[in-house]
Ligand binder design. Structure first.
Ligand code: PLP
Length: 380
């Protein structure tokens, strides 16, 4: 067997929708499929307004402009996340203040946020790691109390809920990714969901290179002009057509991934205690979406040995983020950055197992057997 870490899943309908865009001739952004996808997300999840973007990174950059981040503003970001979560705000001149993870979950520790707030803090960014919700009651209350703009980096979190509401509906804004490693894909792609009504109008302008072209397209103004800063954040309608093909089978994709997650979980729980590794912590207020299946090993040494062992059996397991507070870019500017011990622990000890739509139960059995074999060997 050869089990890669990820395999993009394509239903077949994507090509039909792309052919339709080609035959109708509107290939650029904000066409028929862009509008269909945006409406789909607004209706299905209850977001205020959705704009498709070229990536989650682009959506984060839009959110930083919409949050009016200026040089010297402080933005609180978890350290255990992807570069873009912080970089989008650094691009606008913000000083990034990194927050630690919980001890048992890579998500931000809500009880450690208030200590980081100063009179310069303008925004709070959170990440729902592996599609598991952060504690949104606590986080929304902190953002309200300190008048912070709240942004959910929901790149992993499509279709997941905190209590009875979808992730991405709690923040002023939320960003999603359709990168080929995520649940719903377009190769490169993403979206910005906006829930704060005051930002709707400006968002559309920033999205279209700082112009009111979207309004012009609707026949509301006789010409379009340079109104604000912005960039080309919108994807081509070909990308939106591909996305629409994915949305037609979103229920099937999500159900299968959750089943695979549960199958891993139910099989690994039998040996996790014995071999001192941990399974994902699923908070009681969160649903799951089968985005990532990870385990947390007792040390970096054990993680490296296990990953190498699995690789020798043709199973590709991967570590994940490198704490951003220890990155070369951040350390050069902030040489005395504080230790964030939980983020560092996940950097050293978390391992992601293969997870994708076409993974089979037999393949999961093979992964689990080999994890078992690895630990029986080293415990001899
Ligand atoms: C994947 C990911 C991103 C970046 O998404 P792109 O669409 O590749 O720009 C940002 N944040 C997190 C948490 C991610 O996992």
């Amino acid at each position: 067997m050869h089990i890669p870490f990820n395999k993009p899943y394509v239903s077949g309908n994507e090509a039909i929708h792309i052919a339709s865009v080609i035959s109708k001739g509107h290939l650029s952004g904000n066409g028929e499929y862009t509008q269909k996808c945006q409406k789909y997300f607004e209706d299905r999840y209850g977001f205020g307004k959705v704009l498709l973007t070229n990536s989650c990174t682009a959506a984060l950059e839009m959110s930083a402009i919409l949050a009016d981040i200026k040089s010297g503003d402080e933005v609180i970001v978890p350290s255990y996340t992807y570069v873009s979560t912080a970089n989008a705000f650094a691009l606008r001149g913000a000083n990034i203040v990194f927050a630690d993870s919980l001890p048992n979950n890579p998500n931000i520790d809500p009880d450690k946020i208030e200590n980081l707030i100063t009179d310069k803090t303008k925004a709070l960014v959170i990440v729902h790691y592996a599609g598991f919700a952060c504690n949104m009651d606590k986080i929304v209350a902190i953002a309200k109390k300190h008048n912070l703009i709240l942004i959910e980096d929901a790149a992993h979190a499509i279709e997941s809920k905190y209590k009875d509401k979808y992730l991405g509906t709690y923040g002023d804004m939320a960003t999603f990714s359709f990168h080929e490693t995520k649940n719903i894909i377009t190769g490169e792609g993403g979206m910005l969901a906006i829930n704060n009504e005051k930002l709707y109008e400006r968002a559309e302008i920033i999205w279209e290179k700082g112009t009111n072209r979207a309004s012009f397209n609707r026949g509301e103004v006789p010409c379009y002009q340079w109104i604000d800063i912005g960039s080309s954040f919108l994807p081509s309608d070909l990308t939106a057509a591909f996305l629409f093909g994915q949305l037609e089978i979103i229920d099937r994709i999500q159900q299968k991934r959750i089943k695979l997650f549960d199958y891993y979980y139910d099989n690994l729980i039998k040996i996790a205690n014995k071999y001192s590794f941990k399974l994902p912590d699923i908070p009681e207020f969160s649903t799951k979406n089968g985005h990532i299946f990870y385990i947390v090993l007792p040390s970096n040494e054990v993680r490296t040995k296990l990953a190498d062992y699995l690789k020798s059996k043709n199973i590709h397991a991967l570590f994940h983020y490198l704490s951003l507070h220890q990155s070369p870019y951040y350390k050069a500017v902030n040489p005395n950055a504080e230790e964030l011990k939980n983020s560092q622990m996940f950097t050293s000890c978390l391992l992601r197992l293969p997870m994708y739509y076409s993974l089979t139960y037999d393949e999961i059995d093979y992964v689990v057997e080999n994890i078992h074999a690895f630990f029986s060997d080293i415990n001899k």
